[in-house]
Design a protein around this ligand. Structure first.
Ligand code: BG6
Length: 513
């Protein structure tokens, strides 16, 4: 059942589980503060942080202030003084069912204090799971058992719009493979309806990722060429210069680059590049197209995956440890810090066009981008000039997502002067200078969407399960797991990744700026 999103964000209590954690302090509260500073939060909205650490509201605010000062887009003391009154804290172990009676009482008290109560005496509640993934199912079950999610009110036609809603935002990773993801989705489904479930992917909140569909479908000239006839291949890259550091022990060593980045963020970006035009720009239509696309990617055997993937791990330098020397790394897990894979989609538009996805830590540059490599013109009418003219590169469209935000199209032109001499040049669109505005952390707009009931930038359960179906053969391929190359920090990853992209066409190369 699809409920139309409301145009303006509605009053609510945001309950953040994992309130003493890193994500809350670095991302969530600074993002909410920025929204408030820009006047985009509803007046009647408060945040209740929940975690085990004993803390007063005051101490919680102090801790959040540190995060806001460091990570908000800008800081204004007067704005903070008014924003911080919205922040509250409740100490308790979220996996213990006993705390939920107290939590429920506190939510209702805050509902009264901030004048947010709706019909039935409950406020709208947006739960945010910012905890370790192994706690998800327990917390979801506890929320359900505590009666914090009112059942069935959607179907009561009388006063339905006055009834409070309860929604949940859940952070990645959604499971560690297909089986655990199905189990998590079932646990969610026992308590929340699918359309009250917001699986967040912060990449979908990035401006240039959102711009992909606008670019494709609000213009006439991309779409006629956006297919196997004109596109040679597509690359999606998310490279980082930082290593794994202290995240190895609690998370990364059991995840790796494929789970952490490719299965989640990069597949989403790819989906927006490759989906068919949705009938309308709304959550249901876009999700349908994404699911259709993912279903077109053939499930590979583990053997086929081994030749369609390359895994790597950064080595040590004179001054810094390699991945295997990072604290908490268990070498027997064979975790990769770099993964590159090739995917195909068996549909009318993309048959035969490879999509290459890669992501790695400690790479040469921080770079998130999509490269759409076009085919060369069918014939070269300049071939009788010098050989440099005869062999010119094909057009290439680069969608730069981060750190630069923009679009660049490489075209061929005639060099001024007598005779025919060709050279490449770029048509550039710098997003911020063209459209203005302030760069804002992706989390803010995404949370705002959840408060408005808009799931367009969130993931449906079938998308997540489809992503795992595609990625599992790579995860389980013994050849990939044991054949991990060591790459030099500051490089573009293992050399074998160059062979992967060039395997079917020697002139295919990664875009390594
Ligand atoms: C997170 C991953 O989801 O995305 C991190 O868990 C990664 O490992 C981060 O560093 C990258 O995000 P961004 O926005 O900096 O590209």
């Amino acid at each position: 059942m699809n409920i139309a999103p409301s145009a303006t964000p509605e009053p609510c209590v945001i309950v953040i589980f994992g309130a003493s954690g890193d994500l809350t302090q670095r991302k969530l509260i600074p993002a909410l503060y920025d929204l408030d500073r820009q006047g985009r939060l509803p007046e009647r909205l408060c945040v209740l942080g929940v975690s085990r650490t004993a803390m007063s509201d005051e101490a919680f605010r102090e801790r959040m202030l540190e995060g806001v000062k460091k990570f908000a887009a800008s800081f204004d003391k007067a704005k903070w003084d008014s924003f911080c009154k919205r922040l509250h804290y409740h100490a308790g172990d979220s996996i213990s069912p006993e705390i939920y009676a107290g939590l429920s009482k506190r939510i209702n008290e805050l509902g009264t204090q901030h004048n947010i109560l709706r019909a039935g005496g409950m406020p709208n509640i947006l739960f945010y799971l910012s905890v370790s993934p192994n706690l998800y199912e327990g917390i979801i079950a506890n929320i359900g058992q505590a009666g914090l999610v009112a059942e069935g009110h959607r179907w009561c036609t009388v006063n339905a719009e006055k009834m409070p809603w309860q929604r949940i935002i859940i952070e990645k990773p959604f499971g560690t493979d297909l089986r655990t993801t199905i189990s998590l989705n079932q646990a969610l489904g026992r308590v929340f309806e699918e359309d009250a479930t917001y699986r967040i992917d912060h990449y979908l909140g990035k401006e240039l990722v959102q711009n992909i569909l606008v670019m494709r479908f609000a213009n006439t000239f991309f779409e006629p060429m956006w297919n196997r006839q004109y596109i040679d291949h597509v690359q999606v890259t998310a490279a980082e210069t930082v290593g794994v550091g202290s995240r190895a022990a609690n998370f990364y060593d059991t995840a790796g680059a494929l789970r952490d980045m490719i299965q989640s963020h990069l597949l989403q970006v790819l989906a927006l590049v490759a989906i068919e035009p949705p009938s309308v720009f709304d959550a249901a239509a876009i999700m349908r197209e994404k699911i259709k696309l993912l279903n077109c990617s053939p499930t590979l055997s583990e053997q086929a995956a081994a030749s369609a993937g390359v895994f790597g791990r950064y080595g040590p330098t004179a001054s810094e440890p390699g991945y295997l020397q990072e604290t908490g790394v268990d070498a027997s897990r064979n975790t990769e810090t770099y993964a590159a894979i090739k995917l195909m989609f068996d549909n009318w538009r993309w048959a035969g066009v490879p999509f290459f996805l890669r992501s790695g830590k400690k790479m040469a540059a921080k770079l998130t981008e999509v490269v759409v490599q076009f085919k060369k013109p069918p014939t070269n009418m300049f071939r009788h000039f010098d050989s440099a003219v005869a062999d010119r590169p094909a057009n290439r469209l680069i969608i730069s997502i981060a750190p630069r935000e923009g679009i660049s199209l490489r075209i061929e032109g005639k060099v001024p002067g007598s005779g025919i001499k060709l050279a490449s040049a770029n048509l550039e669109l710098d997003y911020l200078s063209a459209f203005g505005g302030e760069v804002i952390e992706a989390y803010g707009p995404l949370i705002l969407d959840a408060i408005r009931g808009d799931r367009t930038l969130y993931k449906h359960r079938d998308e997540v399960e489809g992503g795992w179906r595609i990625c599992e053969p790579f995860l389980h391929s013994p050849a990939l797991r044991t054949g991990i190359d060591t790459y030099t920090p500051g490089s573009w990853g293992p050399n074998r990744a160059d062979s992967l992209i060039a395997a079917d066409a020697p002139d295919r190369q990664w875009h390594n700026p």
